[in-house]
Design a protein around this ligand. Structure first.
Ligand SMILES: [Zn+2]
Length: 373
């Protein structure tokens, strides 16, 4: 509420009809009548612009109520969003909910009325024909995936429960590859310590177009005979690493404690499973990409380079740290960072000083401040 801008830009799927938008604050709104092209991934959406007239003066939390209805069809370009009898998949690519263009993460609570023959991913059936989905980790998307033909392969590993969903027997091979990746990824992360109980879903979508995506408790992949085990492994390893690395704020540069740690954990698991060569190739790639990038400390999460800073430069810094203190010591340090629930870089630096020495802490500070690597 304090730094809420006075103009809020949303997108919503073009065929959804807005009946009204109301608020506790005085607002004006405008709904675009053309398809919005602000993102190549978000298709078939129109804009909603809300102007807050006196919100800055009140400083109170803002409530916006959107009343809208309509039907989402298959989108021509990606096939990702559709409602058909066998397969329902809707999310931000054709936003069925008012999507803030600044992608501020939020937790979504959704009640879904759907025939009880269906299963809805990451939602619980609360009564006959009613499913409820309650997100606990803030995220930018609210995907709803449902089918009446789901088959399930369940992997229980300590507190993590990974469910692999598929709809056709011809995807059995993919299921086996994914399950074996999940098992070896989780066993390689065991050294980071215990996690809270979490359910994580991997879904094989029965479509050839539109590709896959990851959310905090969900990976969606499309079947692809060409994709090899290492490709699946990296995709899955990063997302599963967030079971350990997700407590830092996601809207500031402190998000490197989530993203860079998840990405480097994935690379460590990759090294353990597939050997040093493939690991080093990725490190070399990161080194090239990290040239000239802004420092992590103070980085704006909206910076156009933020993604590559967190996914390429951050892991490189962790690699330097690992090389400096040794692999065994580094894993011990990660364990301490996880167990002590480090959610700020200041706390991380304290832990590093305490677990290693002042010189290592200083080295980390200068890498986090440095413009080049
Ligand atoms: Zn991530």
């Amino acid at each position: 509420p304090v730094d809420c801008p006075s103009i809020l830009n949303f997108s919503i799927y073009k065929d959804l009809r807005i009946e009204s938008i109301t608020s506790t604050s005085s607002i004006e709104y405008q709904i675009g009548d053309t398809v919005d092209h602000w993102s190549p991934f978000i298709t078939d959406a129109k804009s909603i612009t809300i102007t807050l007239k006196d919100h800055r003066k009140t400083g109170k939390p803002l409530t916006l109520v959107f009343d809208y209805e309509g039907c989402i069809h298959v989108t021509s370009k990606y096939e990702v969003n559709r409602i058909t009898k066998e397969w329902i998949e809707i999310g931000l690519y054709a936003p069925w909910y008012p999507l803030l263009k600044s992608f501020v993460p939020a937790t979504f609570d959704v009640i879904i009325h759907l025939d009880s023959a269906y299963q809805v991913i990451n939602a619980k059936r609360s009564e006959e024909g009613i499913f409820e989905a309650h997100q606990t980790i803030p995220q930018i998307d609210c995907p709803i995936i449902a089918s009446d033909q789901f088959r399930l392969c369940n992997i229980d590993y300590q507190n993590a429960e990974v469910k692999v969903y598929y709809t056709q027997d011809e995807y059995r091979h993919e299921v086996e590859v994914i399950c074996s990746c999940v098992e070896s990824v989780l066993s390689s992360y065991e050294a980071f310590g215990k996690i809270q109980s979490r359910v994580f879903s991997v879904v094989i979508a029965p479509r050839t177009n539109g590709g896959g995506y990851c959310r905090s408790d969900l990976i969606v992949v499309t079947p692809d005979e060409e994709r090899n085990e290492a490709d699946y492994f990296r995709f899955i390893a990063h997302e599963l690493a967030h079971l350990w690395w997700h407590e830092a704020p996601t809207t500031s540069w402190e998000d490197w404690l989530n993203e860079s740690f998840a990405e480097y954990s994935a690379l460590m698991a990759l090294r353990q499973k597939f050997g040093q060569q493939i690991f080093l190739e990725r490190i070399i790639e990161c080194t090239k990409l990290a040239k000239g990038l802004p420092p992590i400390i103070g980085l704006s999460r909206n910076d156009e380079k933020a993604h590559t800073v967190l996914y390429d430069k951050g892991p490189l810094i962790l690699n330097q740290l690992e090389k400096s203190i040794g692999r065994k010591e580094f894993i011990r340090l990660l364990h301490t960072i996880h167990v002590q629930k480090v959610t700020s870089t200041q706390k991380l630096l304290d832990v590093v000083a305490q677990e290693t020495n002042a010189k290592t802490k200083q080295m980390l500070v200068s890498m986090l401040r440095s413009k080049r690597d």
